[in-house]
Design a protein around this ligand. Sequence first.
Ligand SMILES: Nc1ncnc2c1ncn2[C@@H]1O[C@H](COP(=O)(O)OP(=O)(O)OP(=O)(O)O)[C@@H](O)[C@H]1O
Length: 355
Amino acid sequence: MAHIELRNVSKSFGANTALKGLNLTVEDGQFFVLLGETGAGKTTTLRVVAGLEKPTEGTVLIDGVDVGSWGAAERDVALVLQQYSLYPRYTVRENLEFPLKSKIRRVEPAEIKERVDRVARTLRIEHLMDRKTDRLSGGEMQRVSIGRAIVRKPRVFLMDEPLSALDAKLREALRTELKNLQMNLGATFLFVTHDQVEAMSMGDRIGVLDRGRLVQVGTPSEIYARPKNTFVARAVGSPPMNLIHGAVRDGNAVAEAGFSLPIAAAASQDGRAVTFGVRPEDIRLDAEATAKGRVHDVENHGVEKIVTVAAGDALLRLTTPASHKLAIDDTIAFSWNPDKIILFDRGSGLNLAGA
Ligand SMILES: Nc1ncnc2c1ncn2[C@@H]1O[C@H](COP(=O)(O)OP(=O)(O)OP(=O)(O)O)[C@@H](O)[C@H]1O
C-alpha cells in the first residue's frame, strides 16, 4: 500500500483552470474523500494521480517518490469509475482474471484462481462467477468492477464516484461494504464524490474542493463542527447548516429577519456584521422563547421531523421528534444552543473562530 502526496498541483486545459495549487496528503491505509460539486476538479485530481493527466505545475509523489515521469501502468494504481468498465461478453470470472493474465504480470494459473476466488468471496459474488457481465444488476456490476481493481493488489485505489449510478438502497449497502473492504485490506483509498453523506460516512478524512481549490481538510467531525467558511458549512450536513445574516449586540445575535437570541463568547465581535451558522439539531421549539416564527413546511423522516420555520424573511430548518404535532402555518417559538452558534465574517464568509 502507499502514501500519496500532491504538492502545489495545478492543471489547466487551455484557458480553463481545473486545479489551483492543490496540496494534499493521503496517508498509507487512509480512506480519503475529496468532496466537491460538479466541475470542482475531482476527476482531474484522480487522473493526475493515476498518470492519465500531466499537471501544468506541481509534483505528485507516491511513497515519497516523484512519479512525474512515470506512466499510468508504472504507478500501479487502480481506478474505479462510475461507469462499469467490464467486458460484457465475458463471464464474471473472466473479467476478474483479466488483469492478472497480462504478459507483464506473469501470474501462475494456480495463483490466479486463488486470488480471483478470494476476491469473489470478499465481495460475495461467488454465485455469479459463470454469468456474463451484461446479465448482472448495477450493484453486481459495480462489485465486479471493484473486484477487478482489488485482484491486482494495486498500491492505491482511486475511486471516481463508484456508487453514484446505483439506487439509494444499494448505494447505502455498498457504502458500508466498501468501507469494510478498505479497512480489511488496509488499503489507501482516494475516493471522490459530490455526495456529502458518502463523504461523511466513509471518509477518515475529507477534503472539500471548491472550483479547483482545496478549502478545508479534516475529519468528518471537524468539518461538520468547525467549517472553515460558509461554503464548507453548506457542503456538509443534511439538512444543511442554517446561515442567518445579522449582527452581534451585547452578546446577542440580532438577526435581520427580526429575532434576537443569545450567543456565547461573542463579546469581541460586538457590533460586527456577521452570518450566524447554526445546525438544525441545535435549534429547538421552545414555548418560552422570544423568537417567533411560522411553520412553513414539515418533512417526516421516521424518528424525527424536519421543520422549516419562516421567521421574518428567513427560512430556518430545525429537527424535532416525530411525535411533535405541527401543522403548516402554526405559530411557534424557538430557541437555540448558544454554545453552538458559529460566527462567519459577512463579507468573506470565513469562520471568525479561525477553524
Ligand atoms: N479534457 C478536458 N478539457 C478541457 N476541460 C476539461 C477537461 N477535463 C476537465 N475539464 C474542466 O476542468 C474542470 C474540472 O473538471 P473535473 O472533471 O475534474 O470536475 P469534477 O469535479 O470531476 O466534476 P463532475 O462531478 O461533474 O465529474 C471543469 O471545468 C471541466 O470542464
